[in-house]
Design a protein around this ligand. Structure first.
Ligand code: E4P
Length: 223
């Protein structure tokens, strides 16, 4: 399972990359908007830190405009994967981008049927939004689980990128569902390391070790 960071914040990307666990980045207009930087400059900075795929989102409802934006985005960095929404217009653009050899991430995916359309359009990634489905009273992980199953049934090559993950349990569930990739907010990636029993266990081991060293030093001093 690959881990992407779901952020456009350079400090988070630098910090996350130090763990050696960041296989790629997903951005969207809302995440980029928080950074107050030109989108191209921001993506170029991200590409200096991360060598894997960087999802960059189109900002139009018109397929022609999406394709025009995509052709520009891919000149920013060879890591760019272009995000289009799981709408009729987005899928039309995805097909054209496939024919142009531009890698696509079909985003804002909320149903298995949309995921099938993304695969038929030749997308590299499909992004089911788990947390937003949960917010709306559904079990968002069902879409990940069922998409993985359907893709297996038909041998679709599109990779399932579990998105809108909000907490560590989502990561476990996405892994159990067989998602190829999970994109995590920085805070969630940080939480993956944490367990209170690991922390208290480590504190006890270190305290016992120090106690032993002190006893050995005292013994040595007595001889
Ligand atoms: C994925 O590519 C999206 O950027 C992201 O996962 C959306 O998450 P949110 O629902 O927490 O905004």
């Amino acid at each position: 399972m690959k881990f992407f960071l779901d952020t456009a914040n350079l400090e988070e990307i630098r910090n996350g990359s130090r763990w050696g666990l960041v296989d790629g980045i997903t951005t969207n207009p809302s995440l980029a908007g928080k950074e107050g930087m030109d989108y191209r400059d921001l993506i170029r900075e991200i590409a200096k830190i991360v060598s894997g795929p960087i999802s960059v989102e189109t900002t139009s409802n018109d397929p022609k405009e999406m394709v025009t934006q995509a052709r520009d985005y891919v000149t920013w960095s060879q890591n760019v994967v272009v995000k289009v929404p799981a709408t009729a217009e987005g899928i039309t653009a995805a097909m054209e981008l496939r024919d142009l050899g531009i890698r696509v991430n079909v985003t804002l995916t909320f149903s298995v049927n949309q995921a099938i359309l993304a695969a038929k359009a030749g997308a590299l990634f499909v992004s089911p939004f788990v947390g937003r489905l949960d917010d709306a009273g559904h079990d968002g992980m069902d879409v990940v689980r069922q998409t993985v199953q359907v893709y297996r049934n038909y041998g679709f090559k599109t990779q399932v990128l579990a998105s809108s993950l909000r907490h560590p349990l989502h990561v476990t569930a996405a892994a159990l569902a067989g998602a190829d990739i999970a994109t995590l907010p920085f805070k969630v990636m940080e939480q993956l390391f944490k367990h209170p029993l690991t922390e208290s266990g480590q504190a006890k081991f270190l305290a016992d070790w120090r106690k032993l060293q002190t006893e050995l030093e005292k013994k040595k001093a007595r001889v």
